[in-house]
Design a protein around this ligand. Sequence first.
Ligand code: SF4
Length: 78
Amino acid sequence: MKVTINPTTCVASENCSLIAPRVFANREEDDGFVSVIDAHPPRSEWAAAREARDLCPSATIWIEEDADDTDPSEGAHG
Ligand code: SF4
């Protein structure tokens, strides 16, 4: 998994760092705009990273899934 952001669209809502604090930060010195603190998060953070992407109000967060990123616990095969 690779996490990237578009800094021009972030509206500093701070949702992402609340949902995935090991992947995103909204620092006071950046006026709350997002930083990626782990662009290649461990598997344990994937669900939170995806949720942050899904709940970002400005579609600022992009996640590239690698071919081996399928999490067997997500029940891809039912
Ligand atoms: S949730 Fe989206 S808009 Fe809000 S701080 Fe994070 S990246 Fe920016």
